[in-house]
Write a protein of this length. Sequence first.
Length: 282
Amino acid sequence: MNRQGTGYRIGMYACGVVLLAVVFGPFLSLIVASISPQGELLALPMHLWPQHPTLERYQAILGGDAGSVAGALRAAVLNSFVVATCSVAVSLACGALGAYAVARLRFRFKRGAVLMLLVTYMMPPLALVIPIYLALSALGLLDNKIGLIVVYCSFTTPFVLWLLSSYFQSLPVELEEAARIDGCSRLGALWRVVLPLARPGLISAGLLGFLGAWDEFFYALILTSSPAAKTIPVALTEFTGRYSLDFGLMAAGGVIAALPPVLIALVLQRYITSGLTAGAIK
């Protein structure tokens, strides 16, 4: 029995090591490429660690000339942060109100309305890009961060509403009734009772919406054309062909693009876990 337990633990540890290698291996190789001189990246045989590591690419991205390739990448990072943050803020405000209505109110065609919102979320981008392009062109919002925010809200809001409606249903309705008896309006109960209790769910929905907007590529590629509005996924693809190819600079840009979601997830991990599981144990 002891041998079986030891073998089981060894197998679990081995699986854990393999999983860590699969998950962190590409990211570690990206970091190594970002600090390796160009000559070492092209050298054969390849080096597992650079002999002369350098941080010049990070210095160029963070503090280089605005008209340079690295400066354009820095502007794209800022554009991605603005677009993702604004999209999440609008989606959380609208989605929280809609989710509360779905979870607590009774009205006609409620199920149909929710299904319609989910259908719009599941529609493939390729089927929507032409009407979206024509609409933004008519409104003068092409190649504009505001236009991109509006588009991102169109698929982030239904997701937030779906996720939060399950979370609101897991909260005891008696707390709201007690607040209503004490004189709160329905909106007052939502603001003072429901939203504080739903903080883990709000953080989970906000983070997942942020990740979706931060990583989105297709709409950003079609709807933006200048450094004033391009996001980081689009900017990273333009190193091939338009600029001289620099694998190290692309790797440094990839590391910088990956850091905000990773850091946010590490800081808010406790809220994310509780937010995603609360609806399942209602």
